[in-house]
Design a protein around this ligand. Structure first.
Ligand code: UGA
Length: 434
């Protein structure tokens, strides 16, 4: 099949590479000239585990192309996938549809034969109707269907999730479109989990799922607060809850708050969207408010831990919003670093992939370390803010030789308490009095 993908971000690029790997001819389109130049020169523009190899392979075999010209990608495509950003509008707090509407308006003129326009960007309920209207206005003779095709892949695991989705949600009433999308996903294992639903349900599923997961993270964070006071241990409590198959183990890991380009934006958009219909989503609203406060609380916790030290130095491990990605957008770690800098602390940071994106924001306010040991050298405390696998193999012995005081504050609960204490460290984690 010939596929055009509009938008080469964390959804568009892995999706394009994935469909090329499955044998389709894919053209990725983006307005940002520099990005397309880099991609055309064989330089991948974002980090995703396992993506680079497939990117080079499919560029080399000619199935994956990049262009800034909508015409070159869309003309003759069987399926046009819209995967542009839908950031929170600064004033209305709704998801901003300007990029989506612009893409729809521009692509309309290039539709020739029957085409499915599949919307992968996260859009509020009813937006696919608007997209249909915009395309019809731009090209009244166009033969097309607009399908809602929400994406559920996680950053950091985009390649794995692309090839092994839990389900494929396909929002359309059109039999022609259903057949074409089913053909696109034919190579996937999860055929018994193709969900054909209405377009509006499909749009709602994405927000409902992301908001539910954000609430789940918020829930376990509040339970961690409770455990700290009551003497229970959140790691034990989460395991005990998670073995109940109705609850499940996933998303029960306490942390400094959820972040990233999806949960914070989508929860706010969900609440705003519901408000517009006169529906109050109290649980999600509470999660939004307290997730924000949590980052402040974590900054205070760090500041208080070194309050007795003159000119304390803090080693921060992790800047990205989670492991496996170079993305620092809405990262709790970034917010916490900026907050403790305001409190006058000296900060050394290390992140395996996130420094490049963090540097333009943190500038020269911090020391950029090139390893865990380098970050911990002469530090008064080591704080873990991202759950990187690398950090799980913490080099206790090397760090104990260079750190000023052997204190670890593990705000992701990734280290083993007994091991840390056994190696002579004072170990603080979330959700435990010990
Ligand atoms: C999320 C969803 O999980 C994807 O299904 C969805 O496709 C994506 O948004 C999207 O809308 O595009 P993502 O933003 O990549 O994916 O990140 P998650 O893995 O969901 O993590 C979100 C945040 O929650 C991170 O800051 C993470 O550290 C935090 N988290 C997650 C926890 O603190 N504890 C957990 O147990 C799980």
């Amino acid at each position: 099949m010939k596929i055009a993908i509009i938008g080469t971000g964390y959804v568009g690029l892995p999706t394009g590479v994935g469909f090329a790997e499955l044998g389709n001819n894919v053209v990725c389109i983006d307005q940002i000239v520099k990005k397309i130049e880099e991609l055309n020169n064989g330089k991948i523009t974002l980090y995703e585990t396992g993506l680079e190899e497939l990117f080079h392979k499919n560029r080399a075999n000619g199935r994956l192309k990049f262009t800034t010209k909508m015409k070159d990608g869309v003309t003759g495509a069987d399926i046009v996938i819209i995967a542009v950003g839908t950031p929170t509008h600064p004033v209305t707090k709704e998801s901003d549809m300007k990029y989506i509407y612009a893409a729809a308006g521009e692509l309309a003129q290039y539709l020739t034969d029957y085409t499915v326009v599949a919307v992968k960007s996260t859009v509020p309920v009813g937006i696919c109707d608007d997209i249909e209207d915009i395309i019809l206005k731009g090209n009244p003779k166009a033969d097309f269907d607009v399908v809602s095709l929400p994406e559920f892949l996680r950053e950091g695991f985009a390649v794995e999730d692309f090839f092994n989705p839990d389900r494929i949600v396909i929002g359309t009433e059109s039999e022609r479109a259903k057949a074409l999308i089913a053909k696109l996903y034919e190579p996937f294992e999860c055929k018994n989990r193709f969900l054909f639903v209405s377009r509006k349900s499909s749009e709602a599923i994405k927000y409902a799922a992301n908001s539910f997961l954000a609430v789940k993270v918020h829930y376990i964070n509040e339970m961690a607060d409770f455990c700290e006071k009551s003497g229970a241990d959140i790691n034990e409590v989460a395991r005990g809850m998670g073995f109940d198959s109705r609850i499940g183990m996933k998303f029960l890991q306490p942390g400094p708050g959820y972040g990233g380009s999806c949960f914070p934006k989508d929860t706010i958009a969900m609440v705003t969207m519901a408000n517009n219909y006169g529906v109050k989503l109290n649980i999600i609203e509470t999660a939004v408010k307290h997730n924000h406060l949590r980052k402040k609380k974590m900054s205070e916790r760090i500041t208080n831990a070194v309050a007795h030290i003159y000119n304390p130095v803090i080693a921060i491990l992790g800047l990205t919003f989670k492991e496996g990605t170079d993305d620092v957008r809405e990262s709790p770690a970034m917010e916490i670093v900026q907050e403790i800098l305001k409190n006058g602390l000296s900060v050394k940071v290390y992140d395996p992939k996130g420094i490049k994106n963090a540097e333009p924001i943190l500038k020269d306010t911090v020391y950029y370390a090139d390893s865990i040991v380098d970050a911990c050298k002469d530090a008064d405390i080591c704080v873990i803010l991202t759950e990187w696998q690398d950090f799980k193999k913490f080099p206790f012995e090397e760090v104990s030789k260079v750190i000023k005081t052997p204190v670890i504050m593990d705000l992701r609960n990734i280290l083993n308490r007994e091991e840390a204490v056994g190696k002579g460290f004072i170990y603080h984690s979330l959700g435990s009095k010990r």
